[in-house]
Design a protein around this ligand. Sequence first.
Ligand code: PEP
Ligand code: MG
Length: 324
Amino acid sequence: DRKKLRGLKTTTAKTLDGTAIELHANIEMPGDVEQALANGATGVGLYRSEFLFLGRDDLPDEDEQYASYKAVIQGMKGAPVTIRTIDLGRDKMPKWAEGEIISAANPALGLTGVRLCLAEPHMFRTQLRALLRAGRHGKLKLLVPMLANLAEVNQVLFHVEQAKEGLREDGIEFSDLVEIGGMIEVPGAAITVGHFLKKLDFVSIGTNDLIQYTLAVDRGDDSVSHLYDPFHPAVLHLIAHVIKTADQANVPVSVCGEMAGDVRLTPLLLALGLRRFSMHPAQLLNVKQIILSCDLQKLGALRPMLEQAADADQVREMLNEVVA
Ligand code: PEP
Ligand code: MG
């Protein structure tokens, strides 16, 4: 019940065998920090910065962005904060881009995420400057969305260096310690993740888009929503591959898509080796409750079973066998 769940707020998230699990919050506005802390989040794993750019005709300037990023970092009182760089396009079209930058017939495959940032270097550079400045106020990490090609990582790193250079020239203080991570949410990036890991400080799996692109199912289209299935073995194979490859490379990996906050999937993600989750704050305590009852050794039986699963229903059956 609700009260018992509330009591878990300060309980450390660990499995029955004592393995610590990180539970971070996804937020969209600085005001969401309150809800994250109220639900025991030990960090922000995904701050969707593009919400600052939606529902308005102009672009937020460097100082406005700095104020928002700083508010989140300070609000989290020293806990790590991961801010995603602008992820517009697809399902998030800003007013100023309508019929202009983004007029593609197929926006999910068009100028979106990091692609849009690289095509609009002034917009991107302004955000990077604001972020690097805000980094002085706590433990900040940047997360780059929709990576598909290694060249995009190199270009982003170049822009970060240029932004630092500009701040130095202007005599403006910033942090040199901001980590740069990438979202793995395009199947091509998941398959070749080993190469991305060499250039990045961490990765976070965006399962919302990963499911959409792996199964060719529009995440917002009701007519095919029955086919949008996180239990599909293809999705789980990709997630398992990313986690295993990141572990071998000693690079931290998290899941920040909705799968991370889905209690049906918690044992499965633990079995695949996931130790870092980021989710909507309202799900944090529910997931923690499941984690506290999970035995990693017992869940290990799931991995070889998953290799054999032909479809999502078989995965669900296997899960019921092992978790029941
Ligand atoms: C995702 O794709 O899983 C994700 C976390 O990003 P968004 O839902 O904002 O696209
Ligand atoms: Mg995404």
